[in-house]
Design a protein around this ligand. Structure first.
Ligand code: SAH
Ligand code: SF4
Ligand code: F3S
Length: 447
Protein backbone atom coordinates (compact mmCIF):
# COMPACT_ATOMS: atom_id res chain seq x y z
CA UNK A 1 0.00 0.00 0.00
CA UNK A 2 1.26 3.45 -0.89
CA UNK A 3 0.15 6.14 1.50
CA UNK A 4 0.13 9.57 -0.05
CA UNK A 5 1.25 11.73 2.84
CA UNK A 6 1.50 11.96 6.61
CA UNK A 7 -1.98 11.71 8.10
CA UNK A 8 -3.55 14.95 9.29
CA UNK A 9 -6.71 13.50 10.78
CA UNK A 10 -7.47 10.34 12.74
CA UNK A 11 -10.42 8.33 13.97
CA UNK A 12 -10.22 5.70 16.71
CA UNK A 13 -13.10 3.21 16.72
CA UNK A 14 -13.24 1.19 19.93
CA UNK A 15 -15.28 -1.99 20.30
CA UNK A 16 -15.76 -4.24 23.32
CA UNK A 17 -15.21 -3.39 26.95
CA UNK A 18 -14.47 -0.13 28.76
CA UNK A 19 -10.79 -1.01 28.92
CA UNK A 20 -10.77 -0.74 25.15
CA UNK A 21 -12.46 2.64 25.45
CA UNK A 22 -9.67 3.73 27.81
CA UNK A 23 -7.01 2.38 25.43
CA UNK A 24 -8.72 4.16 22.55
CA UNK A 25 -8.55 7.47 24.43
CA UNK A 26 -4.88 6.93 25.16
CA UNK A 27 -4.12 6.14 21.52
CA UNK A 28 -5.96 9.32 20.52
CA UNK A 29 -3.75 11.26 22.95
CA UNK A 30 -0.64 9.73 21.36
CA UNK A 31 -1.81 10.76 17.91
CA UNK A 32 -2.70 14.25 19.13
CA UNK A 33 0.89 14.60 20.39
CA UNK A 34 2.02 14.05 16.83
CA UNK A 35 -0.16 16.95 15.71
CA UNK A 36 -2.85 14.74 14.17
CA UNK A 37 -6.36 15.96 14.88
CA UNK A 38 -9.67 14.07 15.19
CA UNK A 39 -11.51 13.82 11.86
CA UNK A 40 -14.67 15.94 11.94
CA UNK A 41 -17.91 13.98 12.39
CA UNK A 42 -19.06 12.46 9.10
CA UNK A 43 -15.73 13.00 7.32
CA UNK A 44 -13.21 10.33 6.33
CA UNK A 45 -10.04 10.24 8.40
CA UNK A 46 -6.52 9.90 6.99
CA UNK A 47 -5.69 7.39 9.72
CA UNK A 48 -8.17 4.93 11.21
CA UNK A 49 -7.47 2.83 14.29
CA UNK A 50 -9.82 -0.14 14.67
CA UNK A 51 -9.57 -0.99 18.35
CA UNK A 52 -11.07 -4.46 18.30
CA UNK A 53 -12.71 -6.97 20.65
CA UNK A 54 -12.32 -10.75 20.49
CA UNK A 55 -14.72 -11.80 23.23
CA UNK A 56 -17.38 -13.36 21.01
CA UNK A 57 -17.52 -14.88 17.52
CA UNK A 58 -17.71 -12.74 14.43
CA UNK A 59 -15.61 -10.06 16.07
CA UNK A 60 -12.72 -10.89 13.74
CA UNK A 61 -15.00 -11.07 10.72
CA UNK A 62 -16.32 -7.65 11.62
CA UNK A 63 -12.76 -6.31 11.47
CA UNK A 64 -12.35 -7.53 7.89
CA UNK A 65 -15.65 -6.02 6.81
CA UNK A 66 -14.70 -2.71 8.45
CA UNK A 67 -11.37 -2.78 6.61
CA UNK A 68 -13.20 -3.48 3.33
CA UNK A 69 -15.48 -0.51 3.92
CA UNK A 70 -12.54 1.79 4.68
CA UNK A 71 -10.72 0.70 1.51
CA UNK A 72 -13.84 1.33 -0.58
CA UNK A 73 -14.37 4.77 0.96
CA UNK A 74 -10.67 5.51 0.30
CA UNK A 75 -11.04 4.55 -3.35
CA UNK A 76 -14.03 6.86 -3.71
CA UNK A 77 -12.20 9.67 -2.01
CA UNK A 78 -9.05 9.12 -4.04
CA UNK A 79 -6.87 8.68 -0.97
CA UNK A 80 -6.35 5.46 0.91
CA UNK A 81 -6.50 5.79 4.67
CA UNK A 82 -3.74 4.39 6.83
CA UNK A 83 -5.29 1.56 8.83
CA UNK A 84 -4.14 0.29 12.20
CA UNK A 85 -5.76 -2.72 13.87
CA UNK A 86 -5.42 -2.59 17.65
CA UNK A 87 -7.10 -4.35 20.58
CA UNK A 88 -7.75 -8.00 21.32
CA UNK A 89 -8.25 -9.27 17.75
CA UNK A 90 -4.89 -7.72 16.89
CA UNK A 91 -3.34 -9.61 19.79
CA UNK A 92 -5.00 -12.92 18.91
CA UNK A 93 -4.83 -12.84 15.12
CA UNK A 94 -2.22 -10.22 14.23
CA UNK A 95 -0.32 -12.33 11.71
CA UNK A 96 -3.48 -13.45 10.00
CA UNK A 97 -4.69 -9.88 9.66
CA UNK A 98 -1.40 -8.85 8.07
CA UNK A 99 -1.61 -11.78 5.65
CA UNK A 100 -5.28 -11.33 4.75
CA UNK A 101 -5.59 -7.56 4.66
CA UNK A 102 -2.87 -5.77 2.66
CA UNK A 103 -4.63 -2.45 3.36
CA UNK A 104 -3.64 -2.74 7.03
CA UNK A 105 -0.23 -1.27 7.73
CA UNK A 106 -0.13 -1.50 11.53
CA UNK A 107 -1.19 -4.26 13.92
CA UNK A 108 -0.71 -3.37 17.56
CA UNK A 109 -1.70 -5.33 20.67
CA UNK A 110 -3.31 -3.91 23.83
CA UNK A 111 0.02 -3.88 25.70
CA UNK A 112 2.09 -2.37 22.90
CA UNK A 113 0.12 0.61 21.64
CA UNK A 114 2.48 3.14 23.20
CA UNK A 115 4.68 2.29 20.21
CA UNK A 116 1.99 3.33 17.74
CA UNK A 117 3.71 6.67 16.88
CA UNK A 118 6.89 4.84 15.75
CA UNK A 119 4.85 2.37 13.76
CA UNK A 120 3.06 5.27 12.15
CA UNK A 121 6.34 6.83 11.02
CA UNK A 122 7.19 3.53 9.36
CA UNK A 123 3.75 3.19 7.82
CA UNK A 124 4.08 6.61 6.23
CA UNK A 125 7.28 5.33 4.60
CA UNK A 126 5.31 2.35 3.30
CA UNK A 127 6.55 -0.22 5.85
CA UNK A 128 4.08 -2.52 7.57
CA UNK A 129 4.61 -3.43 11.22
CA UNK A 130 3.16 -5.79 13.83
CA UNK A 131 3.74 -5.34 17.56
CA UNK A 132 1.99 -7.69 19.95
CA UNK A 133 4.57 -7.74 22.75
CA UNK A 134 3.29 -7.71 26.31
CA UNK A 135 5.38 -5.39 28.48
CA UNK A 136 2.40 -3.81 30.29
CA UNK A 137 3.99 -1.30 32.65
CA UNK A 138 6.26 0.07 29.91
CA UNK A 139 3.14 1.12 28.07
CA UNK A 140 1.75 3.29 30.86
CA UNK A 141 5.13 4.95 31.47
CA UNK A 142 5.42 5.84 27.81
CA UNK A 143 1.99 7.43 27.43
CA UNK A 144 1.50 11.21 27.38
CA UNK A 145 -0.29 13.19 30.11
CA UNK A 146 -4.06 12.93 30.28
CA UNK A 147 -6.06 15.61 28.53
CA UNK A 148 -9.56 14.41 29.27
CA UNK A 149 -12.20 17.11 29.30
CA UNK A 150 -15.50 15.28 29.92
CA UNK A 151 -17.00 14.90 33.41
CA UNK A 152 -16.62 11.12 33.51
CA UNK A 153 -13.35 9.33 32.95
CA UNK A 154 -11.98 5.83 32.88
CA UNK A 155 -8.76 4.92 34.65
CA UNK A 156 -7.24 1.50 34.00
CA UNK A 157 -5.71 0.32 37.28
CA UNK A 158 -5.28 -3.37 36.59
CA UNK A 159 -4.89 -5.37 33.43
CA UNK A 160 -4.97 -8.97 32.41
CA UNK A 161 -6.58 -12.02 33.95
CA UNK A 162 -5.30 -15.16 35.66
CA UNK A 163 -8.72 -16.72 36.15
CA UNK A 164 -8.93 -18.75 32.94
CA UNK A 165 -12.68 -19.23 32.81
CA UNK A 166 -12.91 -22.03 30.25
CA UNK A 167 -14.95 -19.99 27.73
CA UNK A 168 -12.92 -16.80 27.77
CA UNK A 169 -10.16 -15.34 25.55
CA UNK A 170 -9.17 -12.47 27.83
CA UNK A 171 -6.30 -14.29 29.64
CA UNK A 172 -4.79 -14.92 26.19
CA UNK A 173 -5.40 -11.50 24.63
CA UNK A 174 -4.60 -9.37 27.69
CA UNK A 175 -2.03 -11.54 29.42
CA UNK A 176 -1.36 -12.12 33.11
CA UNK A 177 -2.81 -9.93 35.88
CA UNK A 178 -0.76 -6.85 36.65
CA UNK A 179 -1.54 -3.91 38.92
CA UNK A 180 -0.39 -0.41 38.03
CA UNK A 181 1.56 1.28 40.85
CA UNK A 182 -0.43 3.24 43.45
CA UNK A 183 1.43 6.52 42.98
CA UNK A 184 1.01 6.45 39.18
CA UNK A 185 -2.72 6.00 39.63
CA UNK A 186 -3.04 8.79 42.16
CA UNK A 187 -1.12 11.08 39.80
CA UNK A 188 -3.26 10.13 36.81
CA UNK A 189 -6.46 10.61 38.82
CA UNK A 190 -5.30 14.12 39.82
CA UNK A 191 -4.58 14.93 36.17
CA UNK A 192 -8.01 13.70 35.13
CA UNK A 193 -9.70 15.84 37.76
CA UNK A 194 -7.64 18.89 36.75
CA UNK A 195 -8.77 18.20 33.18
CA UNK A 196 -12.43 18.22 34.15
CA UNK A 197 -13.33 14.75 35.38
CA UNK A 198 -15.74 14.64 38.33
CA UNK A 199 -16.34 10.91 38.21
CA UNK A 200 -13.67 8.26 37.71
CA UNK A 201 -14.37 4.62 36.96
CA UNK A 202 -11.47 2.37 37.90
CA UNK A 203 -11.06 -0.34 35.31
CA UNK A 204 -9.59 -3.80 35.19
CA UNK A 205 -10.50 -7.18 33.75
CA UNK A 206 -10.38 -8.17 37.41
CA UNK A 207 -10.28 -4.77 39.02
CA UNK A 208 -10.77 -6.07 42.56
CA UNK A 209 -7.52 -8.07 42.20
CA UNK A 210 -5.64 -4.75 42.19
CA UNK A 211 -3.09 -4.33 44.94
CA UNK A 212 -0.23 -1.95 45.53
CA UNK A 213 1.96 -0.16 48.03
CA UNK A 214 0.47 3.06 49.33
CA UNK A 215 2.29 6.28 50.27
CA UNK A 216 3.28 4.86 53.67
CA UNK A 217 4.63 1.63 52.18
CA UNK A 218 1.67 -0.54 53.22
CA UNK A 219 0.21 -3.06 50.83
CA UNK A 220 -3.39 -2.11 50.10
CA UNK A 221 -6.17 -3.51 47.93
CA UNK A 222 -8.65 -1.70 45.74
CA UNK A 223 -10.46 -0.26 48.76
CA UNK A 224 -7.24 1.42 49.92
CA UNK A 225 -6.83 3.01 46.51
CA UNK A 226 -10.47 4.13 46.47
CA UNK A 227 -10.15 5.73 49.92
CA UNK A 228 -7.08 7.67 48.80
CA UNK A 229 -8.72 8.85 45.57
CA UNK A 230 -11.80 9.90 47.56
CA UNK A 231 -9.64 12.58 49.20
CA UNK A 232 -9.04 14.36 45.86
CA UNK A 233 -10.89 17.69 45.86
CA UNK A 234 -13.16 18.03 42.87
CA UNK A 235 -13.51 14.29 42.38
CA UNK A 236 -17.11 13.60 43.40
CA UNK A 237 -17.77 10.02 42.35
CA UNK A 238 -15.81 6.79 42.12
CA UNK A 239 -16.88 3.56 40.46
CA UNK A 240 -15.04 0.36 39.56
CA UNK A 241 -15.57 -2.48 37.13
CA UNK A 242 -15.31 -5.47 36.52
CA UNK A 243 -14.98 -7.72 39.53
CA UNK A 244 -14.70 -11.45 39.98
CA UNK A 245 -16.49 -12.93 43.03
CA UNK A 246 -13.24 -14.61 44.17
CA UNK A 247 -11.40 -11.30 44.71
CA UNK A 248 -13.87 -9.33 46.80
CA UNK A 249 -12.31 -8.61 50.19
CA UNK A 250 -13.77 -7.34 53.47
CA UNK A 251 -12.23 -3.93 53.05
CA UNK A 252 -13.90 -3.37 49.68
CA UNK A 253 -17.25 -4.38 51.18
CA UNK A 254 -16.62 -1.98 54.08
CA UNK A 255 -15.67 0.83 51.67
CA UNK A 256 -19.16 0.67 50.19
CA UNK A 257 -20.48 1.55 53.63
CA UNK A 258 -17.94 4.18 54.71
CA UNK A 259 -16.81 6.00 51.55
CA UNK A 260 -19.60 8.28 50.33
CA UNK A 261 -17.87 9.04 47.03
CA UNK A 262 -17.92 5.33 46.15
CA UNK A 263 -21.19 4.97 44.25
CA UNK A 264 -23.76 2.35 45.34
CA UNK A 265 -23.36 0.15 42.28
CA UNK A 266 -21.69 -3.22 41.89
CA UNK A 267 -21.11 -5.12 38.66
CA UNK A 268 -20.41 -8.67 39.77
CA UNK A 269 -20.83 -11.27 37.02
CA UNK A 270 -22.14 -14.69 38.04
CA UNK A 271 -22.44 -16.21 34.51
CA UNK A 272 -24.69 -19.10 35.60
CA UNK A 273 -26.85 -20.10 38.57
CA UNK A 274 -25.93 -23.76 38.36
CA UNK A 275 -22.99 -25.22 40.26
CA UNK A 276 -22.11 -27.93 37.74
CA UNK A 277 -21.98 -25.33 34.96
CA UNK A 278 -19.99 -22.94 37.16
CA UNK A 279 -17.47 -25.70 37.83
CA UNK A 280 -17.21 -26.51 34.12
CA UNK A 281 -16.67 -22.79 33.53
CA UNK A 282 -13.85 -22.82 36.14
CA UNK A 283 -15.56 -19.97 37.99
CA UNK A 284 -14.33 -20.91 41.50
CA UNK A 285 -17.60 -19.85 43.15
CA UNK A 286 -20.97 -21.49 43.61
CA UNK A 287 -24.41 -19.95 43.28
CA UNK A 288 -24.69 -20.02 47.07
CA UNK A 289 -21.29 -18.43 47.78
CA UNK A 290 -22.14 -15.68 45.27
CA UNK A 291 -25.47 -14.97 46.99
CA UNK A 292 -23.80 -14.88 50.41
CA UNK A 293 -21.24 -12.40 49.10
CA UNK A 294 -24.01 -10.14 47.78
CA UNK A 295 -25.72 -10.26 51.17
CA UNK A 296 -22.57 -8.86 52.77
CA UNK A 297 -22.39 -6.05 50.23
CA UNK A 298 -26.04 -5.24 50.76
CA UNK A 299 -25.54 -5.20 54.51
CA UNK A 300 -22.78 -2.60 54.06
CA UNK A 301 -24.79 -0.54 51.56
CA UNK A 302 -28.50 -1.39 51.58
CA UNK A 303 -29.37 0.66 48.48
CA UNK A 304 -26.65 -1.01 46.37
CA UNK A 305 -27.67 -1.51 42.72
CA UNK A 306 -26.47 -4.83 41.36
CA UNK A 307 -25.42 -5.70 37.88
CA UNK A 308 -24.12 -8.92 36.35
CA UNK A 309 -23.11 -10.87 33.26
CA UNK A 310 -24.68 -14.14 32.13
CA UNK A 311 -23.87 -16.77 29.54
CA UNK A 312 -26.61 -19.09 28.29
CA UNK A 313 -25.94 -22.34 26.46
CA UNK A 314 -22.53 -23.14 27.90
CA UNK A 315 -21.57 -26.63 26.58
CA UNK A 316 -23.64 -29.31 28.31
CA UNK A 317 -26.12 -26.83 29.89
CA UNK A 318 -29.45 -28.64 30.33
CA UNK A 319 -32.88 -27.01 30.60
CA UNK A 320 -32.89 -27.64 34.36
CA UNK A 321 -29.43 -26.10 34.72
CA UNK A 322 -30.53 -23.06 32.75
CA UNK A 323 -33.54 -22.72 35.05
CA UNK A 324 -31.09 -22.36 37.95
CA UNK A 325 -29.86 -19.20 36.22
CA UNK A 326 -33.44 -17.89 36.11
CA UNK A 327 -33.71 -18.74 39.82
CA UNK A 328 -30.65 -16.75 40.80
CA UNK A 329 -31.96 -13.81 38.77
CA UNK A 330 -35.26 -14.03 40.66
CA UNK A 331 -33.38 -14.04 43.91
CA UNK A 332 -30.93 -11.19 43.22
CA UNK A 333 -33.23 -8.80 41.30
CA UNK A 334 -30.53 -7.07 39.26
CA UNK A 335 -30.81 -3.37 38.49
CA UNK A 336 -29.02 -3.96 35.20
CA UNK A 337 -27.42 -6.92 33.44
CA UNK A 338 -25.67 -8.17 30.35
CA UNK A 339 -26.49 -11.57 28.89
CA UNK A 340 -24.89 -13.47 26.05
CA UNK A 341 -25.18 -16.66 24.09
CA UNK A 342 -22.14 -18.85 24.61
CA UNK A 343 -19.70 -18.34 21.76
CA UNK A 344 -16.93 -20.90 21.23
CA UNK A 345 -13.57 -19.15 21.12
CA UNK A 346 -10.62 -20.76 19.35
CA UNK A 347 -8.05 -22.14 21.79
CA UNK A 348 -10.27 -22.03 24.89
CA UNK A 349 -11.07 -25.33 26.69
CA UNK A 350 -14.86 -24.95 26.41
CA UNK A 351 -14.69 -24.73 22.61
CA UNK A 352 -13.83 -28.43 22.44
CA UNK A 353 -16.15 -29.63 25.23
CA UNK A 354 -18.90 -32.13 24.46
CA UNK A 355 -22.52 -31.04 24.40
CA UNK A 356 -22.33 -27.80 22.41
CA UNK A 357 -25.83 -26.36 22.66
CA UNK A 358 -27.89 -25.75 19.50
CA UNK A 359 -28.32 -22.15 18.40
CA UNK A 360 -32.14 -22.30 18.60
CA UNK A 361 -31.95 -23.53 22.18
CA UNK A 362 -29.58 -20.70 23.06
CA UNK A 363 -31.85 -18.16 21.35
CA UNK A 364 -34.83 -19.35 23.32
CA UNK A 365 -32.95 -19.37 26.65
CA UNK A 366 -31.53 -15.92 26.02
CA UNK A 367 -35.01 -14.59 25.34
CA UNK A 368 -36.39 -15.99 28.58
CA UNK A 369 -33.41 -14.72 30.57
CA UNK A 370 -33.62 -11.26 29.06
CA UNK A 371 -37.35 -11.07 29.76
CA UNK A 372 -36.59 -11.70 33.44
CA UNK A 373 -33.69 -9.22 33.49
CA UNK A 374 -35.77 -6.53 31.75
CA UNK A 375 -38.58 -7.08 34.22
CA UNK A 376 -36.17 -6.50 37.11
CA UNK A 377 -34.52 -3.48 35.51
CA UNK A 378 -37.90 -1.80 35.09
CA UNK A 379 -38.89 -2.76 38.64
CA UNK A 380 -35.65 -1.25 39.96
CA UNK A 381 -36.32 1.99 38.08
CA UNK A 382 -39.92 2.06 39.28
CA UNK A 383 -38.79 1.59 42.87
CA UNK A 384 -36.58 4.68 42.44
CA UNK A 385 -39.52 6.97 41.66
CA UNK A 386 -40.00 9.52 44.41
CA UNK A 387 -36.34 9.42 45.47
CA UNK A 388 -34.20 12.52 45.58
CA UNK A 389 -30.62 12.02 44.48
CA UNK A 390 -27.68 13.68 42.76
CA UNK A 391 -27.08 13.34 39.05
CA UNK A 392 -23.90 14.17 37.21
CA UNK A 393 -24.84 16.03 34.03
CA UNK A 394 -23.25 14.21 31.08
CA UNK A 395 -24.87 15.56 27.95
CA UNK A 396 -27.68 17.49 26.31
CA UNK A 397 -30.93 15.78 25.40
CA UNK A 398 -32.83 16.00 22.12
CA UNK A 399 -35.21 18.74 23.25
CA UNK A 400 -34.05 22.29 24.01
CA UNK A 401 -33.16 22.68 27.69
CA UNK A 402 -33.18 18.93 28.26
CA UNK A 403 -30.22 17.21 29.91
CA UNK A 404 -29.08 13.69 30.71
CA UNK A 405 -27.41 12.86 34.00
CA UNK A 406 -26.54 9.64 35.78
CA UNK A 407 -27.91 8.77 39.18
CA UNK A 408 -25.66 7.17 41.81
CA UNK A 409 -27.18 3.82 40.70
CA UNK A 410 -26.04 4.46 37.11
CA UNK A 411 -29.53 5.08 35.79
CA UNK A 412 -30.01 7.69 33.07
CA UNK A 413 -32.20 10.55 34.25
CA UNK A 414 -33.66 13.17 31.89
CA UNK A 415 -34.64 16.60 33.12
CA UNK A 416 -35.07 20.18 31.98
CA UNK A 417 -33.04 22.87 33.70
CA UNK A 418 -30.46 25.57 33.25
CA UNK A 419 -27.35 23.50 33.93
CA UNK A 420 -24.07 22.62 32.21
CA UNK A 421 -22.20 19.43 31.45
CA UNK A 422 -20.23 18.40 34.54
CA UNK A 423 -22.65 19.95 37.06
CA UNK A 424 -23.65 17.74 39.95
CA UNK A 425 -27.25 18.60 40.71
CA UNK A 426 -29.99 17.27 42.92
CA UNK A 427 -33.11 15.91 41.24
CA UNK A 428 -36.30 14.18 42.17
CA UNK A 429 -37.02 11.05 40.15
CA UNK A 430 -40.55 11.29 38.75
CA UNK A 431 -41.29 8.55 36.30
CA UNK A 432 -39.62 5.28 35.29
CA UNK A 433 -39.07 3.63 31.94
CA UNK A 434 -37.12 0.46 31.17
CA UNK A 435 -33.90 2.33 30.35
CA UNK A 436 -34.21 5.72 31.98
CA UNK A 437 -36.15 7.97 34.33
CA UNK A 438 -37.75 11.37 34.02
CA UNK A 439 -36.60 13.77 36.73
CA UNK A 440 -37.06 17.32 38.05
CA UNK A 441 -34.33 19.61 39.27
CA UNK A 442 -34.28 20.35 43.01
CA UNK A 443 -31.33 22.63 43.66
CA UNK A 444 -27.76 22.94 42.44
CA UNK A 445 -25.31 21.16 44.77
CA UNK A 446 -22.28 22.75 43.17
CA UNK A 447 -21.97 25.21 40.37
N1 SAH B 1 -13.47 -9.89 33.46
C1 SAH B 1 -14.83 -9.72 33.41
C2 SAH B 1 -15.41 -9.51 32.03
C3 SAH B 1 -15.10 -10.48 30.96
S1 SAH B 1 -15.81 -10.26 29.38
C4 SAH B 1 -15.48 -10.82 34.18
O1 SAH B 1 -14.93 -11.83 34.49
O2 SAH B 1 -16.61 -10.64 34.55
C5 SAH B 1 -17.46 -9.77 29.70
C6 SAH B 1 -18.46 -10.85 29.66
O3 SAH B 1 -18.50 -11.47 28.38
C7 SAH B 1 -18.21 -11.99 30.61
O4 SAH B 1 -18.57 -11.68 31.92
C8 SAH B 1 -19.08 -13.08 30.01
O5 SAH B 1 -20.40 -12.99 30.48
C9 SAH B 1 -19.05 -12.75 28.53
N2 SAH B 1 -18.25 -13.70 27.78
C10 SAH B 1 -16.92 -13.93 27.88
N3 SAH B 1 -16.55 -14.92 27.05
C11 SAH B 1 -17.67 -15.33 26.40
C12 SAH B 1 -17.94 -16.33 25.43
N4 SAH B 1 -16.99 -17.13 24.95
N5 SAH B 1 -19.22 -16.47 25.00
C13 SAH B 1 -20.20 -15.68 25.48
N6 SAH B 1 -20.01 -14.73 26.39
C14 SAH B 1 -18.77 -14.56 26.86
FE1 SF4 C 1 -12.63 -13.90 31.28
FE2 SF4 C 1 -13.13 -15.17 33.53
FE3 SF4 C 1 -11.04 -13.56 33.37
FE4 SF4 C 1 -13.48 -12.54 33.36
S1 SF4 C 1 -12.53 -13.68 35.05
S2 SF4 C 1 -11.82 -11.99 32.01
S3 SF4 C 1 -14.65 -14.07 32.26
S4 SF4 C 1 -11.31 -15.46 32.26
FE1 F3S D 1 -13.13 -7.56 24.22
FE2 F3S D 1 -10.61 -7.57 24.84
FE3 F3S D 1 -12.32 -6.22 26.32
S1 F3S D 1 -11.74 -9.26 24.06
S2 F3S D 1 -14.16 -7.41 26.14
S3 F3S D 1 -11.82 -5.81 24.23
S4 F3S D 1 -10.54 -7.31 27.04
Amino acid sequence: MKPTASPKTYRVKSFGCQMNVYDGERMAELLAEKGITPAPEGEDADLVVLNTCHIREKAAEKVYSDIGRLVKAGDERGQKPLIAVAGCVAQAEGEEIMARAPAVSMVVGPQAYHRLPDMLDKAVRGERATDTDMPPIAKFDALPERRKIGPTAFLTVQEGCDKFCTYCVVPYTRGAEISRPFSDLVTEAHKLVEAGAREITLLGQNVSAWSGENETGHTVGLAGLIRTLARIDGLERIRYTTSHPADMDDDLIAAHGDTPKLMPYLHLPVQSGNDRVLRAMNRSHTAESYLRLLERFRAARPDLALSGDFIVGFPGETEAEFEDTLKIVDEVRYAQAFSFKYSPRPGTPAASMDGQVAKEVMDERLQRLQAALNRDQLAFNEASVGKTCTVLVERKGKHPGQWLGKTPWLQSAWFEADVAIGDLVEVELLEAGPNSLAARLREPVTA
